[in-house]
Design a protein around this ligand. Structure first.
Ligand code: NDP
Length: 345
């Protein structure tokens, strides 16, 4: 995937995820380098650039997009900003790797995809879990018939939001805060990927136990039905310190148990349980964000497709938004069915 290139990246957003994972994930790709970072505050951009040895620091998107060395952007600002920033990047002819949730509503997300298609640039969504060797192995096993016909899935993703991230996610509805747009959107994407099926309908309930304010939720339980008939239950939270995390798939002939797999780290284990007993599945772990950027680089070169496309980002967002509406209305919510052309430059 890593062919010889010379791609300069601009980081839109001086964020935690950019600092912790993405600068390195870009730098390890052959021929790719981080040219610039942009923050709404010049001081924060300067500090980020100095800390991460990035040559240029800007306080406006116009300045970053005007940098001739920037050919691709990674957008990791708060969620309400993604839409306008993707449109601006597309208009400037830059390839776009955008954070999830792509936008706060499906129409905006679709507009972002169309803008990138029109501009002839690659757009992808940074859903990291599809890049995990654990989830990829479970998908492969299900497709190979290891559990027979899949019937049910269970997602255990109730975790603790660390103190340094206890900001806009908890008190800014206008920034797309709340656990559903933060975590459930990843669950939906992971289930869509592993089951290779689209989400059809959902029911759910939320809680605001102790952290979330301003009408936002810090816990959610939902039940989902997929096109292939699989029912999934999800449990997501910001408030659970010691629950652990994982995912299970139960089929007519066996069950797959993924423990410690809803992680940003290349960790976790997969167990297959069937009539023969329990088998620990061998997993060749690799960096999730590194693999995600590698697939994006291949797409920029026209030699592959991103692991989570722009269309995946829209569909997974539509699923998460259906959970939001189902919880608000207390009713069963159909997920909007979307046919989205893949954008290949
Ligand atoms: P952060 O809160 O770290 O950063 C978001 C924005 O907040 C930044 O762009 C920055 O604005 C501002 N900010 C950062 N630090 C400060 C500070 N000290 N004081 C004031 N403002 C600050 O968010 P995350 O990195 O957690 O998330 C960013 C995006 O990435 C979101 O869309 C989120 O959903 C997504 N995400 C995705 C993950 C994944 O695995 N795919 C994991 C984590 C997050 P400015 O740029 O103007 O400086």
């Amino acid at each position: 995937m890593n062919q010889e290139t010379n791609i300069g990246w601009g980081l839109i957003g001086a964020s935690t995820i950019a600092r912790q994972y993405m600068v390195e994930a870009i730098r390890v790709q052959k021929g790719n380098f981080v040219q610039a970072v942009m923050s709404s505050q010049q001081e924060r951009a300067d500090r980020f650039a100095a800390d991460c040895a990035i040559p240029a620091a800007y306080s406006s998107i116009e300045a970053l997009l005007a940098d001739p060395k920037v050919q691709a952007v990674y957008i990791s600002t708060t969620n309400e900003l993604h839409h306008d920033q993707v449109l601006a990047a597309a208009a400037a002819g830059k390839h776009v790797l955008c954070e999830k949730p792509l936008a706060l509503n499906t129409e905006d997300a679709l507009e972002m995809v169309r803008a990138c298609q029109k501009a002839g640039v690659v757009m992808a969504t940074n859903h990291h879990l599809r890049n995990a060797a654990t989830h990829r192995k479970m998908r492969e096993l299900i497709q190979a018939g290891a559990i027979g016909k899949p019937l049910f899935a269970r997602v255990f993703h109730a975790v603790y939001l660390p103190p340094h991230l206890q900001g806009w996610r908890l008190d800014k509805p206008q920034a797309g805060g709340g656990v559903i747009l933060d975590i459930t959107v990843h669950d939906v994407d992971t289930l869509r990927f592993t089951l290779d099926s689209e989400l059809v309908e959902v029911v759910g309930m939320t809680s605001s136990a102790s952290m979330a304010k301003e009408g936002l939720e810090d816990g959610v339980m939902a039940v989902m039905r997929f096109e292939n008939g699989v029912m999934a239950q999800i449990h997501d939270a910001f408030t659970v310190k010691h629950g652990g995390h994982g995912i299970e798939y139960h089929g007519e002939a066996g069950s797959l148990i993924g423990r410690n797999v809803m992680s940003q780290q290349p960790v976790g284990e997969v167990l297959l349980r069937n009539a023969e007993g329990e088998t620990q599945i061998a997993i060749a772990h690799e960096g999730l964000y590194i693999r995600g950027v590698a697939t994006f680089c291949a797409a920029m070169q026209g030699t592959g497709r991103p692991s989570a496309t722009a269309a995946d980002g829209v569909k997974s967002l539509a699923g998460a938004l259906a959970v939001v509406h189902a919880c608000k209305t207390g009713s069963r919510q159909a997920v909007r069915s979307l046919t989205i052309e893949e954008n290949s430059p």
